[in-house]
Design a protein around this ligand. Structure first.
Ligand code: TXA
Ligand code: MG
Length: 360
C-alpha cells in the first residue's frame, strides 16, 4: 500500500488548486480523505471497484459493510439509483445538502463492492464546500465511509484521519474541524414505511415533519453474531477507544453522584480516570484527565466534542511521550446529555462505544 500520505491544507487562497490536485488522485483511482459537515470521509470513485477496494483495505473494513455514495448534484442520481419514490425527493428538498443519507434501489452502474452486494445504495449530498467541489471536479460520485480505522471513533479533524490512516491513503484535505460531529442519519425509503437505520445529524422530529410513519430500525446495543440486521454496519463494534469506557446515564444530579462514587472506587484500585463530562457535572467531580462535552442542554455541542474527547482520553493511555499527561485506565462518560434532537445520535454513539452501561 502507499507509504506517503499527502496532506493538503485548504484555504481560500489555494482552494481551486487544491481541489484540482485531490480530484486528479480520485480520477487516477486513488483515495482522498476530505471534510464533510458531519465527519471526515475517505473518498474514492464509487463506480470503480478497484478504487473502492482501497477504502476497505485502508480502513480494515469488513467487506459486507456498504459505503455511502456522495453526490454534488441531483443530476447524478439517475446514474446510481432507480425507482426513487416521491417521498425521497421531498426529503432531498428538505435536507440536502445535509446530514441525511437515503437508502435507494441501486442501478447496475454501482459495483457490488460499494454496496456490500446489496441491491440498494445509500446516497447523500454533503453540506460542505470542499466535499462538494471535490465531487464536482472529480466528475464522479464518491464512495466515502468515515475516514477512521474500522471500529475506532470517527474523525472530526484531519489530525484524527492522519493518526489512523497515515501511509494507508493517498491524501487528506485538511479543512479544519467539522461542524456537526456525528455522522448522517441513514433512512431507508425502499419499503412502504421508511426506517431509520442510524440516528444522526438530522433528528427524528425533523424527519417526522415529512414522513407520516417511520420505523426505528436500529439499536443502541452492539448486535450479537447471527442476529438479522437491516443495515450491515449495525453488526460491528463502533467508536471504541482502546481504553475501557463506562457510560453513566440518568438524571443530572444522580449521574454526578454516581460518577463521584466510581472515581473513588477506581482511585482505591490505583486506576487513573479520564472523564468525558458535561459542564454541569464537572462542577461536582474531578479526575486526572477531563474533556468537556459542553452543557447538558446543548446536544449539538456534545456531538461536536464526543469523538475528539474519546480520542483525547484514549491517547492519554497509550502515548507516554506526552509528559504532561497521566495514564488513563478507564474513561467514564457522563450520559446526562439531553436525549433529543442530535442528542439521540450522541447517546447512540456513546452506548455503542461503552464497555459498560450504568443507569441511575
Ligand atoms: O456522515 C456520514 O454519513 C459519513 C460522512 C463521511 O458522509 N459517512 C459515514 O459512512 O458515516 P460509514 O461508512 O462510516 O457509515 C455508513 C453506514 C453504515 O452503517 C452502513 O452499514 C450503512 O450506512 N449503509 C450503507 N449503505 C447501506 C445500504 N445500502 N443499506 C443499509 N445500510 C447502508
Ligand atoms: Mg463509520
Amino acid at each position: 500500500m502507499n507509504n506517503k500520505t499527502l496532506v493538503f491544507k485548504i484555504d481560500e487562497s489555494n482552494f481551486a488548486d487544491t481541489i484540482s490536485k485531490a480530484a486528479d488522485i480520485i480520477k487516477q483511482g486513488g483515495t482522498v480523505a476530505f471534510p464533510t459537515e458531519t465527519v471526515y470521509g475517505l473518498g474514492a470513485d464509487a463506480l470503480d471497484p478497484v478504487a473502492v477496494r482501497k477504502i476497505f483495505e485502508a480502513k480494515g473494513r469488513p467487506a459486507d459493510n456498504p459505503l455511502i455514495v456522495h453526490i454534488a448534484s441531483r443530476d447524478s442520481l439517475d446514474i446510481i439509483a432507480k425507482d426513487i419514490p416521491p417521498i425521497a425527493f421531498e426529503l432531498m428538498d428538505a435536507f440536502w445538502p445535509g446530514p441525511l443519507t437515503l437508502v435507494l434501489k441501486r442501478t447496475s452502474a454501482v459495483p457490488d463492492i460499494t454496496t456490500g452486494g446489496l441491491d440498494t445504495v445509500a446516497v447523500r449530498m454533503p453540506d460542505n464546500p470542499v466535499a462538494l467541489a471535490l465531487i464536482k471536479v472529480a466528475g464522479t460520485p464518491l464512495a466515502a465511509p468515515s475516514a477512521n480505522t474500522s471500529g475506532r471513533p470517527s474523525p472530526t479533524t484531519a489530525e484524527h484521519v492522519i493518526s489512523d490512516l497515515s501511509g494507508r491513503i493517498d491524501a487528506v484535505i485538511d479543512g479544519g474541524a467539522v461542524e456537526v460531529g456525528v455522522e448522517s442519519t441513514v433512512l431507508d425509503v425502499t419499503s412502504d414505511v421508511p426506517a431509520i437505520l442510524r440516528p444522526g445529524g438530522v433528528s427524528l422530529e425533523d424527519i417526522k415533519k415529512y414522513v407520516g410513519e417511520v420505523v426505528i430500525g436500529y439499536t443502541d446495543q452492539a448486535v450479537e453474531e447471527g442476529d438479522v440486521v437491516r443495515s450491515p454496519g449495525m453488526k460491528y463494534t463502533h467508536y471504541s477507544p482502546k481504553t475501557r469506557v463506562v457510560l453513566v446515564e440518568g438524571d443530572g444530579m444522580a449521574v454526578a453522584a454516581k460518577i463521584s462514587e466510581l472515581i473513588d472506587n477506581y482511585s482505591e484500585k490505583n486506576m487513573r480516570v479520564g472523564l468525558l463530562i458535561t459542564d454541569e457535572t464537572a462542577e461536582h467531580v474531578s479526575a486526572d484527565e477531563m474533556y468537556s462535552l459542553g452543557r447538558r442542554d446543548k446536544p449539538e455541542d456534545a456531538a461536536r466534542n464526543l469523538f475528539a474527547g474519546l480520542r483525547y482520553l484514549d491517547e492519554r493511555d497509550v502515548d507516554i511521550s506526552v509528559s504532561v499527561s497521566v495514564n488513563v485506565n478507564v474513561i467514564i462518560v457522563d450520559g446526562s446529555i439531553k436525549c433529543d434532537g442530535v442528542g439521540v445520535a450522541v447517546l447512540n454513539r456513546l452506548r455503542k462505544a461503552a464497555n459498560e452501561l450504568i443507569e441511575v
